[in-house]
Design a protein around this ligand. Structure first.
Ligand code: ADP
Ligand code: ZN
Length: 228
């Protein structure tokens, strides 16, 4: 057997991009279309905050300020989640890694289980547009579907298209002041990962300024190729 053949391993995809780039929206689309599991460290941390765990207590104020939670906390949460059975289908990482230390930890984790990264896909957007994207967004409290005051309204105001839920929520950190800090953290700590994955030959870029459906089509094509 050819030792280099890893095509039977479950796919591992990474979505890179600043807050507001649409990683969560597109990850959910890929989850449905390719039967993968979306792993959002932001969602995991918000759940930890809501549950009042030690990690959640440590993360709360950091997240509200728009800064990054410590690598140690995030890596531990992600490691535990990756070990769960459903991840054997393959995963889309949304919001992780966000620092070089996290990227190296991910390489080690995947190496231990004989997995590799199929593609790290960078969603390319203009910073200026991110503030309005983020300030207008909200999600369905029941199923998590994302909406936006201007760009993606449900067919019936206040009612989720996907599940009929009527409880919409806005994140505590989705306000104009915090968005500035989140964009800064992105440029200082996460943007260097574009070069990191470029150096590994795993980087793919996609213009993410267009319509959600167009971006979804482009992404699907990239994922189909990267997981073939
Ligand atoms: P967004 O990409 O829109 O900023 P997320 O839901 O991915 O939103 O993350 C929200 C917050 O959670 C971040 O601002 C940060 O404080 C924290 N966070 C999420 N993922 C990570 C990570 N991998 N490393 C450090 N902090 C993280
Ligand atoms: Zn819903």
């Amino acid at each position: 057997m050819d030792g280099a053949n890893t095509s039977t391993a479950a796919p591992v995809l990474i979505l890179l991009g600043p807050p507001g780039a649409g990683k969560g929206t597109q990850a959910r689309m890929l989850e449905d279309k390719f039967g993968l599991v979306q792993l959002s460290t932001g969602d995991m941390l918000r759940a930890a905050v809501a549950a009042g765990t030690d990690a959640g207590k440590a993360a709360k104020a950091v997240m509200e300020a728009g800064d990054l939670v410590s690598d140690e906390i995030v890596i531990n949460i992600l490691r535990d989640r990756l070990a769960e059975d459903d991840c054997a289908k393959g995963v889309i990482l949304d919001g992780f890694p966000r620092t070089t230390v996290q990227a190296q930890a991910l390489d080690t984790l995947l190496g231990e289980s004989g997995q590799k990264i199929n593609a790290a896909i960078s969603l390319e957007v203009d910073d200026a547009a991110m503030v309005s994207r983020i300030s207008g967004r909200y999600t369905c409290g029941s199923c998590g579907e994302g909406y936006h005051d201007s760009f993606k309204q449900p067919a019936k105001d206040g009612v989720c298209d996907k599940c009929g839920g009527t409880e919409m929520k806005r994140r505590a950190d989705d306000n104009a002041e915090t968005v500035g800090s989140r964009l800064e953290a992105y440029h200082a700590q996460t943007a260097p990962l574009i070069a990191y994955y470029g150096g590994k030959g795993a980087l793919q870029k996609i213009d993410a300024m267009g319509a959600i459906e167009e971006i979804a089509e482009g992404l699907s094509a990239i994922v189909t190729k990267a997981t073939a």
